[in-house]
Design a protein around this ligand. Structure first.
Ligand code: HPA
Length: 269
């Protein structure tokens, strides 16, 4: 399926992207920035899972950002939709097959660390996988990566340094934080958030980690950016609604687009 998907993408565009970006809930706007775009609905790509979550467009856009050739996934599949870890990571595997070697993940996350604010951006420094699955379970393809891959620097230190520099230049506040991945789809309980804080998490979400594990296994360089769409359960005396998550995505959209526009060329240098 990965080979078929690769061939389809290569038929649809003459571009050969080396940089990929995955756009999470309500964060698809960056895909519109690409010039000479080939837009491929996920439904047309072999083996590609459709995203069913509200706020996920569900298309691959291959285009240019200046001279840089970029593949942007607008929308992703989640484990909570019932997709398998293999399906959730299909896009990353296909982008790798197409020639992408650097990946920027974006996502929506709840803020656990009370220093964080709704509508802010956070650079993911590391993650905690609490999804109860690992996308590398099963036979290992030794041609792609090792059976027991090292995970000591999934989110490239060099890339994070570049991202911090770019953010300073643009006057964008970009602190670092640890992202805890839960299965969802229910949000966490206040007790779960206290537990996540105690084990060192600053952010909580339901995506990215499986994709980052697969990208790391294949030797891709990874960066992760979370948008704090809400404070996590129990931090504020109010309930969490999916609408506020999408709304915060809107709030931060222009800032995220500005950051990605400057960041991707800087990472490619
Ligand atoms: N919890 C889990 N995932 C999320 C949250 C949250 O509070 N906000 C956005 N994605």
């Amino acid at each position: 399926m990965i080979e078929e998907a690769k061939l389809l993408i290569e038929q649809r565009t003459a571009l050969r992207p080396t940089m990929g970006v995955v756009l999470g809930s309500g964060l698809g706007a960056f895909a519109e920035e690409l010039t000479d775009p080939a837009e491929i609905p996920y439904a047309e790509i072999p083996g590609w899972p459709l995203s069913t979550a509200v706020g996920h467009a569900g298309k691959l856009v291959v285009g240019k950002l200046g001279e840089l050739q970029v593949a942007a996934m607008a929308g992703r599949a989640h484990l909570y939709e019932g997709y398998t870890p293999a399906q959730v990571t299909h896009g990353v595997r296909v982008l790798h097959a197409v020639g992408v070697r650097s990946l920027v993940f974006t996502n929506a996350a709840g803020g656990i660390n009370t220093q964080l604010e709704r509508g802010g951006l956070v650079l993911i420094s590391d993650h905690i996988n609490l999804q109860g699955s690992n996308p590398l379970v099963g036979p290992n393809d030794n041609s792609l990566g090792p059976r027991f891959p090292d995970m000591s620097e999934v989110y490239s230190r060099a890339y994070r340094e570049i991202a911090k520099r770019v953010a300073v230049d643009l006057c964008i506040f970009l602190p670092e934080g640890v992202y805890a991945a839960m299965l969802g789809p229910s949000y966490e309980t206040p007790a779960e958030i206290r537990y996540l804080r105690a084990i060192g998490a600053d952010l909580v979400g339901m995506s990215t980690v499986a994709e980052a594990i697969v990208a790391n296994h294949m030797g891709m360089k990874v960066l992760g950016i979370s948008t704090v769409t809400n404070m996590a359960a129990g931090v504020l005396p109010q309930k969490i609604h999916h609408e506020e998550v999408l709304e915060a995505g809107e709030m931060v959209r222009d800032t995220l687009v500005r950051l990605l526009r400057a960041l991707l060329p800087a990472l490619a240098e």
